[in-house]
Design a protein around this ligand. Structure first.
Ligand SMILES: Cc1cc2nc3c(=O)[nH]c(=O)nc-3n(C[C@H](O)[C@H](O)[C@H](O)COP(=O)(O)OP(=O)(O)OC[C@H]3O[C@@H](n4cnc5c(N)ncnc54)[C@H](O)[C@@H]3O)c2cc1C
Length: 596
């Protein structure tokens, strides 16, 4: 059974308590966003997700999509959900009120996005991509395009896509062939075939606004010759409503492993009318605006599924009875004890819980930085926040989706053989979670981005945004007391991260393959340390709150137990990552191709 109630208490904790000392401060544009307001938003979002999206999750997975007369049809209920979410403003929480959005911080929006991903990740991609496309249009398109397209997208009446991939061009965008020919009126005719386009066609909205990467006739070869175009499915009439079909043809809808209700389309653009977004040959810059929003969003898919998987597994572990506790019978009234008594089941549940809470805490941190990067009054704070976002975006994308998949797998294991049976509902989590490690740049590519671009940027400046707060915390909290074992473990893992950073910098200068060979382990190491830092801060708050007592002390006592588990049973993986990095590329690259 898929069980989900939004973890509101933990969400409030990461939003209002955990990061108040992060130096980003209160942002002037969000003075009216009080804890009472965010509480109301989160509670209402939790209801919508539980009551509307969760029941559609299994249905969408079972029924999937149909193609009728060249158009994609979603199962009953999805169009109504889209309407309800659009009208309720749920799909535009962090968009500027200028375009009809709610103007709330990403720190709030990303908690709601986590809920959407927990309850219906396949559907969540539609508003998620629309949000990303709207951000790119807001950042790079002309005022005229913004005025014509943003209100429809922000209200949820229209959706957005990102069209990069072609059959011969996946990771390597330099191989892109789609062409854009300029015409006299300033528009372009876009022709080419894109594959794997998420929500590329559907019946949830009146129009679909595609953001398409293509080449101009005089474009230089490679990634430096790519421009970005806005190509609507239906051209707009004089009154701004959708009119004539713009020759965006669906060639094929993929049959795939998961996210069944998300249409993954091959789209053929045939002299479709488009308009340039941003400058000629600099389309990737604008697309990256969208992709960075989307990458954090994809990370949230891992966390969202992980939370639903954990809750479903915890429910089952209390319900299913098998065997007796080795510590003595716990439920003599039953023919056997619930499986939650067994240490191995506890092991899985605790890993799942620690993964989710660690990711949520880190997500709240990067979300605050995203807000500070564009809203802080002090330019120095904006720069530091931007550095943190740049550094941690690949970590959030890859770490959260790797952990989300691991967590979904643990849920199947907790269910035993029943977990492998569709009826249980938990195997869907595994299938749905798997894609997030692949799209928006595979997790291997995220690691290369971290090591190859983010570490050396500005002479290593981005690293300071992570390393300085961790060193300061260790220095301030390393003394005797209840936190000591946790801070010592953090210090060791942080030391390994610093050493690994030095090794990669030194070896990478002589041999670029060394940096690439270390990248995935390094990303995991950095993620483990960043989550460890969040858990250490959480533990510090928890120790004080438990000592105070009060009605909420049970929450803090539980937080302390999760943090302790993290330091004792999860963070030691940092040592394994470090040893793998230290070993270097030799054994990884030792085979001749023929030996494989
Ligand atoms: C369900 C689904 C939805 C998608 N949605 C969209 C969408 O909405 N819009 C869109 O444009 N695309 C979309 N994609 C495409 C997706 O982003 C690509 O599949 C992904 O970027 C990888 O490209 P590829 O599949 O061609 O793999 P390849 O690029 O062929 O990579 C294969 C393997 O080689 C590795 N690799 C490749 N190059 C390097 C390198 N230089 N160094 C190290 N390793 C490397 C990769 O990490 C991977 O493990 C979607 C894909 C799927 C399956």
């Amino acid at each position: 059974m898929q069980v989900y109630n939004a973890p509101l208490r933990d969400m409030r904790f990461v939003l209002n308590e955990l990061h108040i000392d992060d130096g980003f401060g209160d942002l002037p544009d969000f003075e009216e966003v009080t804890p009472d307001l965010t509480e109301a938003v989160l509670e209402e979002a939790a209801k919508v997700c539980r009551d509307v999206l969760l029941p559609l999750n299994r249905l969408g997975d079972e029924e999937g999509l149909r193609v009728e007369n060249g158009s994609v049809r979603t199962p009953a209920g999805f169009a109504d959900a889209q309407k309800l979410l659009g009208e309720g403003g749920w799909t535009s929480l962090a968009v500027s009120p200028e375009w009809g959005g709610q103007g709330l911080p990403h720190a709030v929006n990303n908690l709601v996005e986590e809920m959407l991903c927990s309850t219906n990740v396949a559907y969540s991609l539609c508003p998620g991509l629309t949000h990303g496309a709207a951000k790119a249009i807001e950042g790079y398109a002309t005022r005229d395009l913004q005025e014509r397209y943003l209100p429809g997208m922000v209200s949820g009446k229209w959706s957005g896509t990102m069209c990069l991939t072609e059959a011969q061009c996946g990771t390597d965008l330099g191989l892109l062939r789609t062409a854009a020919l300029p015409v006299e009126d300033g528009s372009y005719r876009v022709s080419g075939s894109k594959i794997f386009i998420t929500w590329g066609d559907h019946d949830l909205t009146e129009n679909i606004i595609h953001l398409v990467l293509a080449r101009l006739p005089d474009a230089p070869a490679g990634v430096k010759g790519i421009s970005l175009f806005l190509v609507p499915k239906f051209l707009l009439k004089e009154d701004g409503t959708p009119g004539e079909f713009n020759n965006v043809l669906i060639r094929h809808v993929e049959h795939k492993m998961g996210i069944m209700v998300s249409p993954t389309c091959q789209l053929d653009f045939d002299k479709s009318v488009g308009w340039m977004v941003g400058e000629p040959h600099r389309g990737l810059e604008a697309m990256f605006k969208m992709m960075n929003v989307a990458r954090v969003g994809v990370g949230l898919q891992g966390l969202g599924i992980g939370e639903a998987a954990y809750q479903s597994a915890a429910w089952y572990a209390k319900d299913r009875v098998q065997g007796r506790s080795v510590a003595g019978v716990k439920r003599p009234d039953l023919p056997a004890d619930p499986i939650i008594v067994h240490p191995d089941v506890r092991r899985m549940l605790m890993i799942m819980r620690a993964n989710n809470e660690g990711c949520r805490a880190l997500s709240a941190w990067i979300s605050r930085a995203i807000d500070a990067e564009s809203h802080a009054a002090d330019p120095a704070v904006r720069e530091r926040a931007g550095d943190f976002v740049a550094l941690m975006t690949p970590v959030v994308k890859a770490l959260f989706t790797d952990l989300g998949f691991e967590t979904a797998n643990h849920a199947v294991q907790v269910y035993g053989g029943h977990g492998y049976i569709r009826e249980s509902g938990v195997e869907q989590f595994v299938r749905d979670a798997r894609i997030a490690m692949l799209y928006e740049g595979t997790n291997g590519i995220q690691a290369l981005d971290l090591v190859g671009r983010k570490l050396p940027a500005h002479g290593g400046r981005y690293l300071r945004s992570l390393f300085h707060p961790i060193s300061a915390f260790i220095e301030a909290n390393g003394g005797e007391g209840p936190l000591k074992p946790l801070v010592t473990a953090l210090q060791q893992a942080f030391g390994a991260l610093q050493l690994a950073t030095g090794l990669i910098a030194e070896r990478g200068l002589k041999d670029r393959e060394e940096g690439s060979a270390a990248a995935t382990d390094y990303l995991r190491l950095m993620g483990l340390v960043a989550m460890g830092f969040c858990f250490a801060k959480a533990a510090k708050i928890a120790v004080a709150k438990v000592a105070e007592g009060g009605e909420d002390s049970a929450f803090y006592a539980t937080k302390l137990k999760t943090a302790t588990f993290y330091f004792e049973r999860v963070l030691p993986q940092a040592t394994a990552c470090f040893l793998a990095i230290k070993a270097g590329k030799a054994s990884m690259m030792a085979f001749d191709e023929g030996e494989f």
